[in-house]
Each structure stands twice: as C-alpha cells, then as structure tokens.
Design a protein around this ligand. Sequence first.
Ligand code: SF4
Ligand code: SF4
Length: 73
Amino acid sequence: MAYKIIASTCTACSACEPECPNVAIREKDGAFVINPKKCTECIGHYDDPMCVEVCPVDGCIVIDKSVSRYAAA
Ligand code: SF4
Ligand code: SF4
C-alpha cells in the first residue's frame, strides 16, 4: 500500500516533501499529494514512513487501502 495525504487537513507546510526518499510527494492545488506509484511506504529506507513522522497534523497522512501492498523487488 501507499500512503496518501488527506487534502482537507493538509496545511501545505511542505515539511513532508523533502523527506520522501522516493520523491513521491509534490504540491498540487494548494495541498500536497503522494504519488502512489512512487510511494514504497519507506520500506528499505526507514523503519517508519518519514512523511508521517514529520507531518505536524495528526491523521493527515494515512495508508491508502485502495492501493495494493508495496512489495520490494
Ligand atoms: S511513506 Fe515514505 S515513500 Fe511513501 S510518500 Fe511517505 S516518505 Fe515517501
Ligand atoms: S507535512 Fe503534512 S501538513 Fe505539511 S505538507 Fe505534508 S501532508 Fe501537508
């Protein structure tokens, strides 16, 4: 699965963007979005998802259950 940003709660602080090891996060229409094709849940990079770690808004970044589980190649 990938993580996703709940746009309505995102303050566009941009803290998450530089922390993503896969450059999966970008700004779009005043909020930030995660490209599910690029998000690997930080597996292989960090023990915890970095975007969730740095986001100051609780519950803003959540697992996107509509995307299949990430599997390392
Ligand atoms: S979980 Fe990791 S790979 Fe996925 S968007 Fe967040 S920082 Fe990037
Ligand atoms: S860290 Fe959280 S509030 Fe800040 S831009 Fe990223 S998702 Fe939005």
